[in-house]
Design a binder for this molecule. Sequence first.
Ligand code: GLP
Length: 242
Amino acid sequence: MEVVPLDSADEVAALAADTIEAAVRAQPGTVLGLATGSTPLATYQELIRRHRAGGGPSYDDVRCFTLDEYVGLPPGHPESYRATIARELTDPLGIAAERVHGPDPAEADLPSAGERYEAELRAAGGVDLQLLGIGSDGHLAFNEPGSSLGSLTRIKTLTDRTRRDNARFFGSVDDVPRHVLTQGLGTILRARHLLLLATGAGKAEALAAAVEGPVSASCPASVLQLHPHVSVLVDPPAASGL
Ligand code: GLP
């Protein structure tokens, strides 16, 4: 695991954007794994800024896979991760909607939605570069503490803490869904390069546990220690526990 301390959240976003652009330029048909949440937003805005300025790579043949999705929101809800990633990244970059995949919460048979998503990921040849944030409780995607380190895409129940953390997107904690479909930790570990971004003091404790603590389901992000190619970009407040 390579931990890269940077001077500011802006530097995290700039280096993350460089890394994503390099992956897209490296080969035709790059498969990008995308994350939602507040942390990657600055990176996405930087990619869009460069794209509009004419300096970015072509995204025409990129395929994207999101990490997770809420279950139970009405179709097209603006806080669904499908709508969020389209608004925040893929639409502005001109990536066609059919090239953006996510776990499908509208499946009649939800338990098999996970298996179908795993099959889609395999058919695409796996993820080349997976962007990740970290939850304040150490979760990755929506793998809450206690998640099996080898888990695959499946339904999970959110903890109260994560629902409170995400209430800012919904107006009230009562409106945050209780269930999600999420890539498992085992799914995430199959990506060829993992790029974890952590900014702000609220991530310091979880980041220290993930990077320096024991590998344990009580801190799901500690599973990254088992992967051969992980880059962790951190700003000073997030690095303060290291
Ligand atoms: C969310 C998402 C994760 C994200 C994490 C941190 O609940 N499911 O993919 O990395 O929590 O979010 P944020 O970046 O908003 O702090």
